[in-house]
Ligand binder design. Structure first.
Ligand SMILES: [Mn+2]
Length: 303
């Protein structure tokens, strides 16, 4: 039995409150539950105020077999920030530009950029699996696409962790591996029709949008795209012509990443997102308490 816990983004206070609510007890070897193990969907870091504390709590649980974790795009990005680009000496796999620095600076400050501690956490991030395929459930940060999972396997070790020798490739936009990582860790996107755009949380103009990959069908861009309600312009009511690959397998899939809001509900009977924007003050940290069911239920969300 598992508690699948959403993106924490440095909100250690929310994490501790949720763990206590779920019945985990603080022991000499970290938080533990006599009946449940936690599964974290990634994105422990960036944005929130207590990133080092979040990492420490989660790693202690993982090290003591009280939790599992998969990699989020923010852990992936952190690896790229700290790893030199072998093709271009003096540069890094993730560009040290203003936007990337702004996203990552709280982490770098708390951890001490280039310190031993920094390298310690980067090494831990490198050891995180891209997904978990357990006996009865699957966990991934953003999007489970069965074809891509098959194609990415040769690059992974037995724990579904990216092999060290492929890290450079994973950040090279010309490689297939880069695209696999994009889909699994950041989800699927669609290019909006010519001249149509919206503004994201940061106010940046976006001509591409994340899509609800879990839908069976969508008739318009508004139905398909994850666009804030107040940005939903009439032009997005035009018909979308896209074949959606529905997840049709038996095992339920849990993921995070999507900054959902409102009362947590399952996406389908087999698919549930547990990210409800804990990173921002009004957002809640959500868990799904999985008790062995093959059909998911809204009753099992706890927050
Ligand atoms: Mn994410």
């Amino acid at each position: 039995m598992f508690d699948i816990i959403g993106d924490i983004h440095g909100q250690a206070a929310k994490l501790k409150r949720l763990l206590v609510k779920l019945g985990y007890k603080k022991t000499s070897s970290g938080f533990a539950h006599h009946k449940y193990k936690a599964i974290f969907v990634g994105d422990l870091v960036d944005r929130g105020p207590y990133q080092l504390e979040t990492l420490t709590i989660v790693k202690e649980m993982v090290d003591n077999q009280n939790a599992y974790i998969v990699m989020g795009n923010h852990e992936f990005n952190a690896i790229g920030w700290q790893t030199e680009n072998e093709c271009q000496a003096g540069t890094f796999l993730r560009k040290h530009n203003h936007i990337h620095h702004k996203q990552h600076k709280v982490f770098l400050t708390q951890i001490g950029e280039n310190s031993q501690q920094h390298q310690y956490w980067i090494n831990w991030f490198k050891s995180l699996p891209l997904f978990l395929d357990l006996e009865k459930i699957r966990i991934i940060h953003a999007c489970w696409d069965s074809d891509i999972i098959q194609q990415v396997l040769p690059y992974l070790d037995d724990n579904y962790c990216l092999k060290e020798q492929y890290i450079q490739q994973a950040f090279n936009p010309a490689s297939a591996l880069f695209n696999y990582c994009e889909t699994l860790l950041k989800g699927k996107e669609i290019v909006l029709p010519d001249g149509i755009y919206y503004h994201d949380k940061e106010g940046t103009q976006r001509h591409k949008s994340r899509i609800k990959w879990w839908l069976k069908q969508a008739h318009t861009f508004n139905e398909l795209c994850l666009i804030p309600d107040d940005e939903k312009i009439p032009a997005l009511e035009q018909q979308v012509n896209l074949h959606l690959e529905t997840y049709q397998e038996q095992k339920p899939v849990f993921f995070g990443h999507y900054w959902l809001t409102g009362k947590p509900i399952i996406q389908t009977r087999k698919i549930a997102c547990v990210d409800y924007s804990a990173a921002i003050e009004s957002g809640k940290l959500v868990a799904y308490r999985w008790q062995g069911e093959a059909i998911l239920t809204n009753e099992h969300f706890i927050y």
